[in-house]
Design a protein around this ligand. Structure first.
Ligand code: SAM
Length: 278
């Protein structure tokens, strides 16, 4: 599955607003206990996760950005190398679906990914959690879609469309049948079973058509959702197209508010989490 630099740039401002800041401070505390080690960003795309996290996680660190898309890695390299918080930057072009074992996890300080977990399958996530456990590695997975979408003003076909999207989300995105909306739930379950201390928090997109940056994101989002519904239900392409037309018309009038549910999950090896103040 490929992602355009333009789409990743459009979503970046909504992602930045949505991220759960409570998990950042916990991550910073966990890293403070690990003087050395690389921060590895899986499915880095054009570098949004590194751009967001690097200046917020304390001392400058080496980063390794991993993706199978060479063009996106080129964008990531150019924008992340000069950042405060990046001591050294390497990129690695790797098909994570086929070559998870080739990740250089030993000596890493943190494994992170944004907007990746909902694309992966349960066996792949299980193998990733096993690899983290073996390396006693903390993990921060942000912005995983969780199946909740609400649209205002309401349209009679919203529920039909949301069901179609969530079914489509479970299709194969290159890693086998995708976890889609179940991604964070499964990450919490697997890391907890491995003895990790797990914290989860919502990181919903809150989009409003009256904001020009949100409107620019909403247009391809609505079109993409209608396309997914048409792909999911080939006999209902007209229904999906009509929904899309109504939504795009409302969008041009500034009449569209959308919440898209996401979750962030932080998993820390047992004994490394900050104790809450009593
Ligand atoms: C939704 S994008 C998220 C990108 C970035 N983390 C962000 O938040 O903007 C998913 C990323 O995963 C990468 N990806 C998808 N399948 C992959 C695979 N099999 N191996 C490596 N990277 C993959 C894509 O190229 C894309 O950059």
């Amino acid at each position: 599955m490929s992602f355009s630099p333009a789409w990743l740039a459009l979503r970046a401002h909504a992602d930045t607003r949505a991220r759960a800041q409570s998990l950042e401070s916990l991550t910073r505390d966990a890293l403070a206990k690990r003087a050395r080690g690389t921060l590895i960003d899986l499915g880095s795309g054009s570098g949004a996760n590194c751009r967001y996290l690097a200046p917020r996680l304390g001392d400058a660190r080496p980063w390794l950005l991993v993706d199978n898309d060479a063009v996106l890695l080129g964008h990531a390299d150019a924008s992340c190398r000069p950042l405060t918080g990046v001591a050294q930057l390497k990129t690695l072009q790797l098909d994570l679906a086929a070559r998870l074992r080739d990740l250089p996890l030993s000596g890493a300080a943190l494994l992170t990914a944004s907007a990746l977990l909902d694309l992966v399958s349960l066996p792949w996530l299980t193998a990733l959690v096993d690899a983290c456990h073996t390396a006693a590695l903390p993990a921060l997975f942000t912005l995983s879609y969780d199946g909740r979408i609400s649209l205002s003003p309401a349209d009679p076909d919203d529920e039909w469309l949301i069901t179609a999207i969530n079914t489509h989300q479970r299709g194969d995105k290159g890693f086998g049948p995708a976890l889609g909306p179940q991604a964070s739930e499964e990450a919490v379950r697997l890391f907890s079973a491995a003895g990790y201390e797990v914290t989860r928090a919502r990181s919903d997109w809150q989009l409003d058509a009256r904001d020009p940056a949100d409107a620019a994101l909403l247009q391809p989002l609505i079109e993409g959702w209608a396309g997914a519904a048409a792909e999911q239900y080939p006999n209902a392409t007209e229904r999906a197209a009509s929904w899309c037309q109504r939504r795009l018309k409302a969008l041009t009038l500034g009449q569209c508010q959308v919440t898209v549910g996401h979750e962030d999950v932080l998993a820390l090896p047992a004994g490394t989490a900050r104790r809450s103040q009593s």
